[in-house]
Design a protein around this ligand. Structure first.
Ligand code: GLN
Length: 388
């Protein structure tokens, strides 16, 4: 640069590069076995690829409708009714988004004003707090305590006030692998009745719930569905995280506002992918079998780590397993993760990245959204951690 560049006034002065990118790069650099990102390293179904290919060849390569392909919106509405008993209007209350991340962002952007308060439970996915701060709103952080990471509803009750605009939920939960129960929904319903609080419910792991439990979507509870934006992901469900297609469900009054933002942020999600996803949604076995598919992987990783010094926490859903190391090391979780990558060749995520103040409980997150060989090889290296 010949000239001195202008100094930007950062809107996110305390934010660096997201941990998933940082660790991904470090893992690649050290050729580590990658148990970090919640992204499958195995292929999606051949049929889905063929459907996308056929859509491209059929000429579906221009903008899709702003709100999403009608056939896909109808398939989504039919699924929400079949699984959760909630009737969403496919034209007005379902929007296909360019990823669940976009849906979350548009919902916060459209519905949260400067000066509002938004309740967030930590540990939390790393985008929630920055999204709120970009609005000039205040994140109100409530801690979830190990090992069950249950929502402390009495504390929620104490923190709700007339400035509370939104409560952000995530079930199954990233990174802890916990799930919300019907009793949690009942508490939430009681606390929000008579308020205009919006519930933003990140349900991208809706089809990854273990041990016979049912996913407690906010769509299941009519009084909550009426104030909820439910966010879902095709990437997580069909092993295509790189396609960047997700969707959200919300009552029309909320959705009208969300669409005002989406139309100027992305306008529309990828067209051929939407054709492909609409076709594969007609085959519900793909998502209905996903819990069993990932439960087997959770169990394989858990079993393979039995001889490691790590202390595993239970995972009831999602792609993730938490593991504590504080009983044998004084390192920070970031240092520990760095050492695992550089000396032991296994990449994981430090859970301090899920706290906006960097709280460190000496816990790491392992992703089991990996093929079995990768899980076994990663576990074998982690089992050797205790060796001198
Ligand atoms: N949701 C995934 C995870 O938690 C990926 C997130 C991302 O890379 N933005 O690992």
């Amino acid at each position: 640069m010949l000239h001195t560049p202008v100094a930007p006034r950062s809107r996110l002065p305390n934010v660096g590069t997201t941990i998933f990118t940082v660790i991904g790069q470090l893992a690649a650099q050290h050729r580590a076995i990658n148990l970090s990102q919640g992204a499958p390293n195995f292929p999606c179904s051949e049929a889905l690829l063929r459907y996308a290919h056929e859509a491209m060849q059929a000429g579906h390569n221009q903008y899709a409708p702003m709100t999403g392909l009608p056939a896909l919106r109808e398939a989504i509405a039919a699924k929400a009714q079949a699984l959760y008993g909630c009737r969403y209007d496919a034209d007005e209350e379902v929007t296909v988004m360019a990823s669940a991340s976009e849906a979350l962002f548009c919902a916060v952007n459209a519905l949260v004003h400067a000066g509002d308060e938004v309740i967030v439970f930590e540990p939390a996915f790393d985008s929630y707090v920055p999204m709120i701060e970009l609005q000039g709103a205040t994140p109100v952080i409530i801690r979830l305590a190990a090992p069950d990471f249950a929502i402390p509803w009495d504390e929620v009750a104490a923190r709700i006030n007339p400035r509370t605009r939104m409560i952000v939920l995530n079930t199954p939960h990233n990174p802890t692998g916990t799930t919300l129960s019907a009793a949690d929904a009942a508490r939430l319903q009681a606390l929000t009745t008579g308020t205009d609080i919006v519930v933003l419910s990140d349900e991208v792991y809706e089809h990854v719930v273990f041990d016979g439990e049912a996913h407690q979507s906010m769509s299941r509870f009519p009084a909550l569905a009426a104030r909820s934006v439910v966010v879902a992901s095709f990437g997580k469900t069909y092993h295509v995280t790189g396609w960047r297609v997700g969707y959200c469900l919300a009552p029309q009054a909320l959705m009208d506002e969300i669409r005002k933002v989406h139309q100027f942020a992305m306008f529309a999600a990828d067209t051929p992918m939407q054709y492909a996803l609409a076709r594969i949604m007609a085959e519900p076995e793909h998502y209905l079998g996903l819990s069993a598919f990932y439960q087997r992987k959770r169990d394989l990783l858990t079993r393979s780590l039995a001889d490691s010094p790590l202390r595993l926490l239970p995972s009831r859903g999602s792609f993730f397993l938490l593991a504590g190391f504080g009983h044998f090391s004084e390192e920070s979780d970031s240092d520990f993760v760095q050492r695992l990558i550089t000396r032991h060749g296994v990449a994981t995520i430090p859970v301090s990245a899920f706290y906006s103040d960097g709280t460190d409980h000496r816990v790491i997150r392992l992703s089991f959204a990996k093929d079995d060989d990768t899980l076994l090889a990663g576990a074998e290296r982690l089992c050797r951690l205790g060796d001198a």
